[in-house]
Design a protein around this ligand. Structure first.
Ligand SMILES: Nc1nc2c(c(=O)[nH]1)N[C@H]1C(S)=C(S)[C@@H](COP(=O)(O)O)O[C@H]1N2
Ligand SMILES: [Mo]
Length: 312
């Protein structure tokens, strides 16, 4: 993100239109969704075929826009621990073991706890959330995530009255990940507590009705659809509630380019990339970028009275 200009997905990475349409038809016919009791989900094979998919009506919080092709979603990734080229994560992230996995929830909470990933999956029913995602580099996708509200996890640990922020730290293992100091590893991100509790904010454990591929942040990653992609931390191991605004990896690396809030905002340009338009992966023409990535009705209220040019 810091280094590369937006590049295009190779035409060969995009599934032909007909396949795309058929997948869409399948999803529509079958109710376009997926819900799994955690137990059922846990039993799913890593690459669940159509027959083993668990379907549910789409969440009211989902967009009805056409999905970005599965192949693009899982091969055109930013996960700098595995390399800075878009194709690196799919090549390199398979080395990461995602079981056993523990997520520690700590800091200003009444009941700090280390969750085994399989217990974490049982905290709330899994839902399908089809979200627009936009990277600060100027590309966007529509991704059918599978996950549950972060709020369900936070309620479990009982945030204390002085908790104002939530910090996320992600897995870093120099044996299998980049040792280049591209960012100050481990990758850190943060949200204000009210942003973290917003119903649109989810912990994702799957996409396209399948267990999350490693390159997309297995076994659990954050998804915050009204913010630039880099706020959605992958492969989380620590969630810490704090009183002070946490540092974030991108803000530390380039504070003039990446602020704490990083709300999608066509009116505030990144020094090197205009944020006014975007290219949906799989499309040729650019489209206008919407305030809060199109989620303004749901989230603009969180920022009432704030100067979003200052708090970018
Ligand atoms: N740990 C970690 N999380 C990360 C990143 C990263 O480099 N490391 N990149 C971010 C960026 S810039 C984007 S755009 C999204 C991409 O998520 P996706 O590959 O699932 O689309 O992940 C975000 N989460
Ligand atoms: Mo990004």
């Amino acid at each position: 993100m810091l280094i590369r200009k937006p590049t295009d997905v190779l035409p060969s990475e995009i599934t032909p239109r007909e396949l795309f349409a058929r997948r869409r038809e399948f999803l529509t016919r079958s109710g376009a969704g997926l819900i799994a009791g955690a137990a059922l989900w846990h039993g799913l094979p890593r690459h669940a075929g159509a027959a083993t998919r668990l379907q549910t009506p789409p969440s009211a919080l989902s967009t009805t826009e056409p999905l970005t092709d599965y192949k693009a979603v899982t091969t055109y990734n930013n996960f700098y621990e595995f390399g800075t080229d878009k194709g690196d994560p799919v090549r390199n992230a398979a080395r990461m073991a995602v079981r056993p996995w523990t997520v520690s929830v700590e800091g200003l909470v009444g009941k700090p706890r280390r969750f085994d990933i399989d217990d974490l999956l049982k905290l709330a029913p899994l839902e399908e959330r089809i979200y627009r995602m936009r990277c600060v580099e100027g590309w966007s996708m529509v991704i059918p995530w599978v996950g549950f509200p972060l709020a369900a996890l936070l309620k479990e640990v009982e945030p204390l009255g002085n908790a104002k922020y939530v910090e996320f730290l992600t897995h870093y293992d120099p044996e299998i990940m980049s040792r280049r100091p591209v960012l100050d590893w481990p990758y850190g991100e943060g949200l204000r507590l009210d942003e973290a509790l917003h119903p649109l904010t989810i912990l994702a454990v799957g996409l396209y009705g399948e267990v999350l591929p490693n390159q997309n942040g297995a076994p659990v990653r954050l998804v915050v659809p009204w913010k630039y992609g880099f706020k959605s931390a992958k492969s989380i191991v620590t969630i810490r509630l704090t009183e002070k605004q946490p540092e974030t990896a991108w803000n530390k690396a380039a504070p003039q380019e990446y602020g704490f809030y990083s709300n999608v905002n066509p009116a505030v340009s990144h020094p090197r990339w205009s944020q006014a338009t975007e290219r949906r992966i799989g499309e040729l023409r650019k489209r206008p970028t919407l305030p809060f990535n199109g989620y303004a009705d749901q989230v603009a209220g969180l920022y009432q009275g704030m100067d979003l040019k200052k708090f970018y």
